[in-house]
Design a protein around this ligand. Structure first.
Ligand SMILES: Cc1cc2nc3c(=O)[nH]c(=O)nc-3n(C[C@H](O)[C@H](O)[C@H](O)COP(=O)(O)OP(=O)(O)OC[C@H]3O[C@@H](n4cnc5c(N)ncnc54)[C@H](O)[C@@H]3O)c2cc1C
Length: 236
């Protein structure tokens, strides 16, 4: 696959139809004598649904948002980025295999913006990727299996995957990876995932934010200053 540009390509490929109603029904069922199906069928008041959902999520009753599963088609991200994403243990992944898919010719790779901006370093980076590719091809042509030839491929090598997760994990992912302390590429990837979901479910916007937005303070060692630090709040 020819590389399109230097940014993650993200598409939301699957989500439940009645997401808001499903979450509301899960929340309401906890406090109602009525059958869940009656709650589901009798509810159409968006404001009422959102109010209850916010109350329940703010109280930390997160099981209510685990009923929603979403899937994304992700491409043009570095192996450095996917390595970080797969650390999230409540996500499911199917990633392009470097064992089964042989690189033919120059492999696609991601250039970080700090290198992209510097003409001289960018040129050295591109040359270096070319040299790695030559060595990889040499191994493959000598009969080395792709699963061993790939040992020379860099963190920059582009990858693709289908990633699925429930809404609880999606919010957690956003809270951690939209933080300015997260690495630029995973931040961009998660931002695109959030934007794609918010485009179809705008009510999720207040939840798919960096953790400081929900907490009201920053709990990181090095704060970007967007919110007061936890220490500053305690001292005050
Ligand atoms: C800015 C930043 C810097 C990082 N730097 C490093 C680094 O230098 N080195 C490094 O190795 N990693 C690093 N990480 C990765 C980090 O340590 C986590 O592995 C990753 O963010 C996944 O987070 P998580 O465990 O909360 O989420 P998930 O795996 O998505 O889990 C979600 C939640 O489920 C619960 N949970 C899941 N599994 C367990 C379990 N086994 N036991 C108890 N509770 C569980 C926890 O409450 C957890 O928060 C970094 C992450 C960020 C955002």
């Amino acid at each position: 696959m020819q590389q399109q540009n230097n940014e993650p390509i993200v598409n939301l490929i699957s989500k439940p139809e009645n997401m808001l109603k499903t979450v509301y029904t899960a929340c309401r069922t906890c406090y109602s004598a009525d059958y869940p199906i009656n709650i589901y069928n009798s509810t159409d008041d968006t404001e009422k649904m959102l109010k209850l959902i916010e109350r329940v999520i703010s109280s930390g009753h997160y099981s209510t948002i685990e009923h929603i599963q979403v899937s994304f088609a992700i491409a043009n991200v570095s192996r450095a980025c996917t390595h970080q994403l797969v650390r999230h243990r409540h996500m499911s992944f199917s990633q392009k295999s470097q064992r089964y898919v042989k690189e033919k010719g120059q492999f696609d790779y991601i250039i970080p913006p700090t290198i992209e901006r510097n003409e001289e370093l960018k040129s050295e980076f591109v040359d270096f990727m070319g040299k790695i590719s030559e060595q990889y091809q040499k191994f493959v042509e000598a009969g080395i299996p792709a699963e061993d030839a790939r040992f020379v491929l860099p963190n920059a090598a582009a990858s693709s995957m289908v990633a699925s997760l429930n809404l609880r994990e999606m919010i957690h992912l956003a809270n951690l990876r939209l933080c300015t302390r997260a690495q630029y590429e995973i931040r961009l990837l998660v931002k695109k995932m959030c934007d794609a979901l918010i485009a179809e479910e705008p009510w999720l916007k207040p939840y798919l934010v960096p953790k400081c937005e929900r907490l009201g303070f920053c709990d990181e060692d090095k704060s970007c200053g967007r919110k007061p630090t936890k220490a500053a709040l305690i001292n005050a």
